[in-house]
Design a protein around this ligand. Structure first.
Ligand code: CUA
Length: 156
């Protein structure tokens, strides 16, 4: 069977691209430990606001420069709405939704996850630079979606 030279180049470039892509994903997942930010913890979304620890959403100091932020996402706000940590703090976010799918993104950081009702989403981040960090919803969740944001302040 005769295959035209251009077709061979095209086939090979496709195969090479696919191999590079799979290598990047494989090294990232298995060697560098980049996993989806969610664990497999589940929760009844209708009772989430009454279930510990989400019945008392709060920022808690759990160690030297280490905090846990238990947060509830619901149309169209995050609770707690204000948090302050000192510079260099690592914050472990633990978030769930009581209604629909929300987003949880902190621009200029790697924090970006989907908050799916029924699941507890977790992500950690160390805040080395002082300033006001916006935590915003980046999944369209209804008429008030654009106002769904709170601030995390990192003091110097
Ligand atoms: Cu919550 Cu958009």
């Amino acid at each position: 069977m005769h295959i035209h030279k251009y077709e061979k180049i095209w086939l090979w470039s496709g195969a090479v691209c696919l191999t590079i892509f799979l290598l990047i994903v494989g090294v990232s997942a298995y060697a560098m430990g980049n996993q989806p930010p969610s664990h497999m913890e589940t929760i009844d979304p209708k009772k989430a606001a009454l279930t510990a620890p989400f019945d008392k959403p709060a920022l808690t100091k759990i160690g030297d420069n280490e905090y846990e932020a238990v947060m509830l996402a619901q149309a169209f706000t995050f609770t707690p709405s204000k948090m302050t940590v000192p510079k260099g703090s690592t914050v472990h976010f633990k978030v769930t939704s009581t209604d629909v799918v929300h987003g949880f993104q902190i621009p200029a950081t790697n924090v970006n996850m989907m908050i799916t009702p029924g699941y507890v989403s977790k992500i950690s981040h160390t805040f080395d630079k002082p300033g006001k960090y916006l935590i915003l919803c980046n999944e369209y969740c209804g008429v008030g979606h654009q106002v769904m944001a709170v601030t995390l302040e990192v003091t110097s």
